[in-house]
Design a protein around this ligand. Structure first.
Ligand code: SF4
Length: 355
């Protein structure tokens, strides 16, 4: 903790004990690095300064602020949890660890972080940074993603935090040490305050610990988007729930077998006569579990009437299930900023503006 006092970074969520603000920062930091996290944190707090503001917001507004971070279920869970707090807890963020943990989207790490940072309670917060240094320090060779790792290390850290007078500082220091000193590669053992008792340093096992199980290969996904321009409007759809990018808008899309890279036959067959292909954008987009080869077909529709995407009751694209009247819209491209979109869609829109 002495080391932390002298070396820690100054971050806005460290200067507050407001549990709501700490919670928002923790969820954002699960998605992005600290520098980008600062920007999103400020935007989120400005837009929804109190729990009640988040609870009462339109879901679309929440997704819009979250846009670009990915894992949109986290943003939806934030709002669900805010609504639970308002509905069942009198609008006051709970002060008990178990009640914090019961909220949607809050796991053991986040509950411990909030409980200690906001209320000074002794619960060890164990994120990836903490797992890394503790695996090396204690010499634990169980893969850090396995529950057995946390079962072994959790009680050791818990014992230490219960003996400190500042559990909040202990957790901050523990996370900061893993992030800034005991880094993934080339840990800075020469400046580490734990060096004298560190198993990995003593045995020169820094490169062998922690044990990390390789993730399985992401699945390929061949996805085609249809950006139909009709007069000054384009057609967008809102993706259904549950599923990937749930509740976000995109140009209608269609999944094809991986070898099919041309203009989708289903679209050509039904819409072909009235379409001019203007240009195509191709982009490879990586998600944690998918590798998307995306093609965005920008076309002009020459028919007088708008095209009909339902043929004999069959939809010509994968998603949109008429969630409500706002699930399928013709809008002017200038209006698109009003709608939350996923990062791939954002890429197509940004590049389009440069064409
Ligand atoms: Fe990590 Fe090195 Fe410190 Fe051990 S001495 S905890 S390996 S930085």
């Amino acid at each position: 903790m002495t080391w932390y006092g002298q070396n820690h970074r100054s971050l806005p969520w460290r200067d507050t004990q407001n549990p709501y603000h700490i919670w928002i920062s923790e969820i954002i930091l699960q998605q992005t690095r600290v520098e980008q996290g600062r920007i999103y944190y400020q935007k989120f707090i400005d837009e929804f300064p109190e729990i009640l503001d988040l609870a009462q917001a339109d879901e679309q507004a929440v997704l819009k602020v979250w846009q670009g971070l990915g894992y949109y279920s986290r943003a939806r869970n934030l709002q669900k949890a805010a609504q639970t707090i308002v509905r069942e807890m009198g609008g006051v963020f709970p002060h008990e660890y178990d009640r914090i943990l019961s909220l949607p989207g809050i796991g053991e790490y986040t509950a411990a972080a909030i409980a200690s940072f906001a209320f000074g309670m002794p619960f060890a917060a164990i994120d990836g940074n903490v797992k890394r240094w503790s695996s090396r320090f204690f010499g634990v060779d169980i893969p850090i993603s396995k529950p057995a790792f946390s079962k072994m290390v959790g009680p050791l850290l818990q014992e230490v935090i219960e003996q400190t007078s500042h559990p909040d500082l202990f957790n901050q220091a523990s996370i900061e040490l893993g992030s800034q000193v005991c880094t993934v590669s080339q840990p800075k053992c020469e400046v580490c305050p734990l060096q004298a008792s560190c198993y990995a340093f003593d045995k020169k096992l820094q490169n062998q610990l922690p044990v990390v199980v390789k993730k399985s290969q992401p699945q390929d996904w061949n996805l085609h988007f249809l950006a139909v321009h009709h007069h000054n409007e384009v057609f967008i759809v809102r993706r259904p729930k549950p599923g990937i990018w749930a509740g976000l808008y995109e140009f209608p899309s269609l999944t094809l077998p991986s070898h099919e890279k041309g203009f989708p036959a289903a679209w050509k067959q039904v819409l072909g006569g009235n379409l001019d292909i203007l240009h195509i954008q191709r982009q490879v987009h990586l998600l944690s579990h998918k590798r998307i080869e995306a093609s965005c077909w920008n076309v002009r529709w020459n028919g007088e009437e708008k095209p009909n995407f339902r043929v004999a009751g069959t939809l010509l694209f994968d998603a949109s299930n008429a969630l409500d009247e706002n699930s399928e819209l013709w809008i002017s491209l200038n209006e698109i900023d009003r709608y939350p979109v996923h990062r791939l869609m954002q890429h197509f829109l940004t590049n389009n503006q440069h064409d």
